[in-house]
Ligand binder design. Structure first.
Ligand code: UN1
Length: 500
């Protein structure tokens, strides 16, 4: 019997207003139906936001260390259920169990970090210009936060967004990606079990146009956090700009790994395979460009193609699988369009570029790890985000050219440089236009307690993770207390330093 899941609105598991549901199927085998989930609409969003406003009133008055304690219990429950969650996540999303375990672990780390932040939401106390007067800043919660999450990190990314929002005292209206609703459901179940007051979290399943858009434009949603495509991010940004909402955007990437002639090539080889084909290339931090210095170009490329050909495609729940399926037929069709574009623009297809043969792949959205060589800076496969297992290799003469190529795209999430030259490594930190630069490690692998985000069209200046995100989810307030008992004018109105 197919299981039917519900929204969690106003403290109850409830059916959507429409009465309609969508199917959630396993991308490795679409015969496997995981369950049906609500196709919600703006009526459900309205009910969720109204309830979240009530939840906010309770939660904002709960001391931050106590809010942090709830997150600590969330971390404990995620730890207990790690294997089970990893399994259900692989079933609905496709990446191998080794990766979904990592995804859960990122959520656990984020929970424990958030728990400690409940005791560290600090402001500053500074001297006043006047005697017998205090001046200080502190942080207040904002209100109802709209949380719109992508499919590729079904657990970690919602936790990046919601845990800091909650520790700061906000209530959340959460829309998981319609591709991974089971993970979203499980996360909310755990948050409730950990003791989060029910109206502080609302779960609304459904499609972007029906649920995401009404969350973003709801006048009582004060702050929005969105991870997804740059195209959708622009729409979210327009609405939030018009309505003067606080907004954090995490969008596309076209991340490059640079390998210099002096690099440890075996290390770089392991790095690029993991960076390019891990999560089937569906990370915003994925390595989608490989910039090779001319001295090692041919040798490195030869070894890389051999290793890529040897990667095991398959069901992520089976032992030995290196690369799972893509999330959708439409994602695979997009990858295929880019294979055509790459070839007609004159790049050399060295391996992959096709669906794998064989019965075991018949019912899933599999695609072979693909490498294009002779890619020129400026080609579409070098500029545009493909979000699949496609790596474009560019040959360069020296570090200056490599850095120029790295910076010559509209995105700026992460970059990576393999070298033994410490001077060049520090130049890279300065000169590569990305939010994150790795030395001797691939473009993926951001840690939960450091700020995560990118420059240019990857983001809008905010960061997730680390200490910075706590500023995003809270408002600075300044308090002055004058205990002199007389009217003291501020320095600007009473300046002693200049003669009349
Ligand atoms: C993403 O790709 O959407 O850096 C997030 C990493 C992860 C997070 C990636 N920790 O690979």
């Amino acid at each position: 019997m197919t299981k039917t899941f519900q929204n969690f609105i106003a403290g109850q598991w409830s059916a959507p207003e429409s009465g309609a549901y969508f199917e959630n199927r396993n991308p490795a085998d679409t015969r496997d139906l995981i369950g049906t989930f609500p196709l919600s609409n703006s009526h459900d969003v309205d009910a969720a936001v109204a309830s979240a406003k009530r939840g906010f009133e309770i939660w904002r008055n709960t001391p931050a260390p106590a809010r942090g304690d709830v997150l600590r219990r969330v971390g404990d429950l995620l730890t207990q259920r790690k294997e089970e969650i990893a399994d259900l996540m692989t079933r609905e999303m496709g990446k191998p169990l080794t990766e979904t375990r990592g995804d859960v672990q990122e959520g656990i780390d984020t929970a424990y970090y958030a728990a400690t932040m409940g005791r560290q939401l600090s402001g500053r106390t500074v001297p006043s210009e006047m005697s017998n007067k205090w001046a200080m800043s502190f942080r207040r919660p904002i209100g109802v936060a709209g949380i719109i999450a992508p499919f590729n990190f079904p657990l970690a990314i919602p936790t990046w967004k919601m845990f800091p929002a909650l520790v700061c005292g906000n209530a959340c209206v959460f829309k998981p990606s319609e591709d991974v609703p089971h993970t979203g459901h499980t996360l909310v179940e755990i948050m409730l079990e950990a003791g989060l007051p029910p109206e502080v979290i609302q779960l609304v399943h459904g499609l972007g146009a029906d649920v995401g858009a009404p969350i973003v434009s709801h006048p009582d949603v004060a702050v929005v956090s969105f991870t997804g495509s740059t195209q959708t991010g622009s729409m979210v940004g327009e609405t939030c700009g018009r309505m003067h909402k606080r907004l954090s955007l995490e969008m596309g990437g076209k991340n490059a790994m640079i390998v210099m002639d002096d690099a440890d090539l075996d290390l770089a080889l392991d790095g690029v395979l993991w960076g390019a084909f891990g999560t089937t290339g569906q990370r915003c931090t994925a390595t989608s460009r490989l910039i090779l210095q001319k001295g090692i170009h041919d040798n490195f490329l030869g070894k890389l193609v051999e290793r890529a050909r040897g990667m095991a495609l398959g069901d992520g729940r089976k032992k030995g699988t290196d690369v799972g399926p893509l999330i959708h037929e439409s994602s695979r069709a997009k990858v295929e369009r880019y294979i055509d574009i790459g070839q007609s623009d004159g790049a050399d297809l060295l391996c992959g570029g096709r669906r794998p043969d064989g019965n075991k792949f018949e019912h899933g959205f599999f695609f072979e790890p693909t490498i294009f060589a002779r890619v020129e800076a400026g080609m579409r496969i070098e500029q545009e985000e493909i979000f699949g297992p496609v790596l474009s290799v560019i040959r360069v003469s020296d570090a200056d050219e490599a850095f120029r190529v790295n910076n010559g795209v509209k995105y700026g999430l992460s970059s990576s440089l393999y070298t033994r030259d410490v001077n060049l490594a520090f130049r890279a930190f300065n000169e590569l236009d990305n939010g994150i630069t790795y030395i001797n490690a691939p473009t993926i692998g951001a840690e939960a307690h450091l700020p995560f985000g990118g420059v240019k069209q990857t983001g809008n200046g905010h960061r997730e993770g680390g200490w910075e995100v706590y500023e995003f989810y809270s408002e600075t307030k300044v308090g002055y207390c004058d205990f002199s008992g007389v009217l003291q004018r501020a320095q600007i109105d009473n300046y002693l330093g200049t003669p009349d």
